[in-house]
Design a protein around this ligand. Sequence first.
Ligand code: GRF
Length: 202
Amino acid sequence: MTNIAVLVSGRGSNLQAIIDSIESGYLKSRIAVVISDVGDAYALTRAKKHGIEAIFVNPKKFASKELYEKEILGVLKTHNIKLVLLAGYMRILGKTLLEAYKNRILNIHPALLPAFTGLHAQKQAFDHGVKVAGCTVHFVDEILDCGPIILQRCVEVKEDDTDETLADRILEQEHKIYPEAVKLFVENRLRIEGRKVKVIKS
Ligand code: GRF
């Protein structure tokens, strides 16, 4: 059983989707720990409700990103973590975590990468006037929202959409493709070849 850690900063609806997928038996893995950089993140409450260890690591207590990530790394090692999921984690990862967990960190982004990286991606896409928006699960590397793409899903933009209604429909798809991508990872069916990720048939 793959031990997973989920890093969060906010409401944790993607965390919830992963929890639900495990509880339903779709995902054969275990969330060993949820770590937040925000003390009152609702994601921490969600984790506790499901009996998952939930830890706030306060970045302000550390003099540098390296020291902060070393603390997180200690938690990951203690829990024998094999896969790290970023789920609304609002920090750019540094070398410490990226090197220790190379090709074992996934992220969900609410746009069809490589378009609309960074913050408020749904609004960026909406304001740009796209007809098709969507979401992406990808491996995390040193460049923001840039690592090899595992899964993407499209969402059509409707005439009467606002950036918020669009974001809601993208989120519904996020909750589907994140568990799907995690399943592929834990079943060892992903092969990174340069920028491409090959999915091995089951
Ligand atoms: C999601 O839209 C995700 O794609 C982005 O941050 C948001 C987190 O939402 N990276 P939640 O905390 O999972 O509800």
